[in-house]
Ligand binder design. Structure first.
Ligand code: SAM
Length: 287
């Protein structure tokens, strides 16, 4: 994830998502979701209608600057009221959040957040986008507990899987991928394994989990995004590199940059969307 490294004020997250990165990725996110997850959205709408009448309460976790809200709200033909949750208060200031209720809180505070809201028996959607790979294992557990405990429908979008396919291929793609994934897994985080872990946990709890591939296709249509993603991948990989790996990673970056400015390069970056349906697809769980 793109982060700002300056020291955060007390209580703020140690790693911060950069608003300009979140803006840069929006188009690619939209294309990936429109292409890969259209059927999941239809299933989502059906599931929410089955949950009951009235406004859908949509809770967006790790809402950042509001990309998930901007994407989902116009594609769900249902009355909605939004609550956007993030542990970074600065991101919640973004104008894109519109009239959503903004709550500064972490994933594990979700039960508390909802307890403070007028949650009735109407439909409840828990959602997040581009969040899972930054969460530690215990926070994935909090998310699963909330989905199960609330009997909510959940849409977990744009989780990276760690798979990247390059055209043309390069002999050091695998090295950079391994080092980048190691960086994602620092501090015991599941990183690219998070989406599988969450799906396995939810299925073990008896919930139905549907999935759809939502890969990014990064190419010369969005050179700025591709270059930024490339550079951030290298920066993370270099933090994990040992011995001669550093030179190889830098040489790889040089070759990729040359292709970016010359004959072109394409990176298909795998992501997965999950739709989680309550055990009885419509029962309101413990709400
Ligand atoms: C990659 S950004 C994605 C933002 C937004 N969902 C989007 O699609 O543009 C991840 C977001 O999750 C937030 N975040 C990370 N860990 C969190 C946690 N444990 N609790 C709440 N928010 C968290 C970050 O502050 C950041 O806004």
């Amino acid at each position: 994830m793109t982060t700002q490294q300056e020291a955060p004020p007390t209580g703020a997250p140690a790693q911060r998502a950069c608003p300009d990165w979140l803006a840069l990725r929006r188009e690619a996110d939209t294309e990936a979701r429109d292409t890969g997850a259209h059927d999941l959205l239809l299933r989502l709408e059906t599931a929410l209608r089955r949950q009951g009448r009235g406004e859908v309460l949509v809770v967006d976790l790790g809402a950042g600057t509001g990309a998930n809200h901007a994407y989902l709200a116009p594609r769900l033909p249902l009355e909605q009221r939004w609550v956007v949750v993030d542990h970074d208060a600065d991101l919640l200031d973004a104008a894109h959040h519109g009239d959503a209720l903004r709550v500064e809180a972490g994933v594990c505070d979700l039960a508390e957040v909802l307890a403070g809201l007028p949650v009735d028996d109407g439909p409840l959607l828990l959602t997040c986008a581009a969040l899972l790979d930054v969460l530690p294992t215990h926070e994935l557990g909090c998310l699963a507990d909330a989905v199960e405990g609330l009997g909510a429908v959940a849409l977990v979008s744009l989780s990276v899987t760690g798979d990247v396919t390059w055209s043309p291929a390069d002999e050091d793609d695998a090295l950079v991928g391994r080092l980048f994934d190691a960086h994602q897994r620092r501090g015991g985080r599941p990183g690219p394994d998070a989406v599988d872990l969450l799906a396995t946990d939810l299925r073990a709890r008896g919930l139905e989990v549907l999935s759809a591939p939502t890969p990014w296709r990064l190419d010369d249509r969005r050179p700025e995004l591709l270059e930024r993603w490339l550079d951030e991948r290298v920066e993370a990989a270099l933090e994990e590199a040992a011995g001669g790996e550093r030179e190889r990673v830098l040489a790889w970056q040089g070759r990729r940059r040359q292709q970016l400015r010359g004959d072109g390069v394409v990176a298909v970056v795998d992501h997965v969307d999950l739709l989680v349906l309550p055990a009885t697809d419509g029962a309101a769980g413990s709400r």
